[in-house]
Structure formats: C-alpha cells, structure tokens
Design a binder for this molecule. Structure first.
Ligand code: AKG
Ligand code: FE2
Length: 338
C-alpha cells in the first residue's frame, strides 16, 4: 500500500489477500473517508473511462440549445455544469439524451454497470473488513442490499469551465463546487491528469462548529498521487457518503470536500472535467444495525424502539436539509445525489 499525503492508494485487484485488502480499505474509510483505488484497467477498462470523458466533452461543448432540455443541475454560486444519469432500465436512459449523447446510450449504460460492479466489490471488502457475521450474510451483507431494486445510484458528468482572463471572478472567493459531503453509500470519482482542484477537510481536523469556510483545514487531493505516475489512468477516488457513515455509526467518515480553481497556472484555470458515480442502496433497504462486533461496540446508532429508516428516507432527509427553501415535494428526482 502506498500513501499520498494521508489518503492511501490501494490495489483491490492486486496480489494482497482479500482479508489484507479489506483491512486496508476499512482503515482508510475510518480514518480519511477517502481512498484511492489504483487503476490498471482491471476493474474498469481504461478505454471505457477515456470514452466517457470524450463523450462528456462532446456534450458540454455542444450548443446550449441542445444541452438545456436535458436538465443540467446547477448549484447557485458554483462555477460548474453537471449532467446526471439515474439508473438505466433495460439499457435505456430514463431521461432525454441530447444529440451529443443519443447514439451512446449503450456506452453510458455500460459505464453505469462498471461503476456499480466496482462499488459492489468495494462493499464486499468492507463487509469482510468489518467481520460481519457469516450467518447474517457475511461478505454479501452490504452488496446484497445494493442490488435487485430501484435505487438512487447516479452517474454524473461534471464540467468546470475556465474563466476568461478579463472576467471579474475573485480567485479567493469564487469556487467551482462548494463544501459538501455526498449522500449515499460510496462515491467513485474519476479525474483527469492536469485538472486538479479537489480539496478535503481531513476528518481529524473537522471542528465541532462545522467550519467549512475558507479558514478550515482545506487539503488538496492530487489527481496523481505518488506511486501512480506510471499507471495507465489516474487512480479512482472512492469516498464514503453520509448514509454509510450513519449506518456504521460514524465509524466510516463522510468527509467534507469542495472543488477550487487552481491557485497557480493560468488565471481562471483550465477547464476541469470529472465524472462521479454516486452509489446508493436499493431505496427500500432498511438501515438496520450492522451485524459486526466492530460496529456494535461503538456508541450511537439506532436507539432502541426507534424505527430504522430506509435508504430512500435517508436520502430525502439529506435532500431536504440541503435544499431547504429551494426544495419542493415531488421534485427529488431533479436534484438526485449531491
Ligand atoms: O468534480 C469533483 O472532483 C468533485 C465533484 C463532487 O464532489 C460532487 O459532485 O459531489
Ligand atoms: Fe461530492
């Protein structure tokens, strides 16, 4: 295992035993809430990732009239555009596809599946690492709850435009994506060489006051951490979402992150493209206590007599908290996961 700054780089398809890899993964989830998964094309083919970024660029550089009908989510104040794809049904997107994407539905569906499979592999390792009772489901305990029904799983293409040099943006104030944590189980994040900007607040420095402002301990997360320079594609960043943090009684950390303009280099920065996959359990999954001695021994979690909520209820609560004011009943599909 290599470490970068703090966030470890783990090869989940490498020579280490499953038990050893699982231990490394849960330690990273518990300490940092973020982990790099070394990417040698064994889990997701490198060409499939390249192809997705090419499609993303073709989509975002297409004329606004073509993009607009496809519901691009916008966060007021953020310099970004995003395109979300919910789950495909029988290979079909459940939303209109713009001309740049319409002939690529099968590739988008396939990429959704690659990400889902990689999520299941990581969740299996988490269950092994947490030593979940064999009679209760063992290594399948999480993964079985992420298959077989509709869920909030979302694939998101992101584009952060560079700012023209003559514009009046303020590099210290303006932001590409504001401070937030993700909502679901785990997120996979794909980044491009030469397009940095992600920053985290390491969980150990996160204050009780929940200071997510400019004075918080923002720490850059490099696209290519040491030891991965010669890999065919940058490592895939995996981070824990609020649901899995809640489910593990905060053993796994849901780490606050944001995306900033590069501090050096061209004023206004280069364009940044990223791709995120937000993994969620099947919506009807009840978030019952995890049958793991490691988790049981922690304080907190479901109080006796309190009905455990479902994954859907958890997501709705998080959406309501985020979009307070903006949120209107029945509009949850439009915002999906953050
Ligand atoms: O673009 C990135 O690197 C991060 C995006 C992100 O955090 C999100 O969409 O939740
Ligand atoms: Fe995020």
């Amino acid at each position: 295992m290599e470490t970068s700054g703090q966030i470890p780089v783990i090869d989940i398809s490498g020579p280490d035993s499953e038990a050893e890899t699982a231990k490394q993964l849960i330690d990273a989830a518990a300490t940092h809430g973020f982990v790099y998964i070394k990417n040698q094309g064994k889990d997701i083919p490198v060409e499939a990732i390249e192809n997705m970024f090419n499609l993303s660029k073709a989509f975002f550089t297409s004329p606004i009239e073509e993009k607009e009908p496809c519901k691009i989510t916008e966060n007021i104040g953020d310099f970004k555009e995003a395109m979300n794809f919910g789950e495909f049904v029988d290979g079909k997107a459940q939303q209109p596809l713009s001309p740049a994407l319409v002939d690529h539905e099968a590739e988008l569906d396939q990429f959704h599946k690659y990400c889902h499979d990689m999520m299941l592999k990581i969740l299996t390792l988490f269950a092994i690492g947490l030593k979940i009772d064999q009679e209760a489901g063992g290594s399948e305990w999480f993964s079985s709850r992420h298959q077989g029904g509709p869920s909030g799983c979302t694939l998101r293409l992101l584009h952060y435009p560079s700012i023209p040099p003559e514009s009046d943006y303020q590099p210290d104030v303006d932001i590409r994506a504001g401070a937030h944590s993700d909502y679901g189980s785990i997120t996979l994040l794909f980044q491009r060489p030469g397009q940095p900007g992600l920053e985290i607040i390491p969980p150990e420095t996160r204050t009780k006051e929940r200071n997510f402002g400019p004075t918080a301990a923002w720490t850059p997360v490099p696209v290519i951490p040491p030891g991965t320079e010669n890999d065919p594609s940058p490592p895939i960043l995996v981070n824990i979402g609020d649901l899995l943090s809640h489910w593990t009684k905060n053993y796994f950390k849901s780490t606050v992150h944001r995306v900033v303009f590069p501090k050096d280099g061209k004023r206004g920065g280069e364009d940044r493209y990223s791709i995120a996959y937000f993994g969620h359990p099947v919506g009807s999954t009840v978030l019952v206590p995890i049958p793991s001695e490691i988790v049981k021994s922690l304080d907190g979690g479901n109080a006796n007599g309190v009905k455990a909520m479902t994954a859907d209820e958890h997501l709705m609560n998080r959406l309501k908290a985020t979009y307070l004011g903006m949120y209107r009943d029945g509009e949850d599909e439009k915002v999906a996961a953050a």
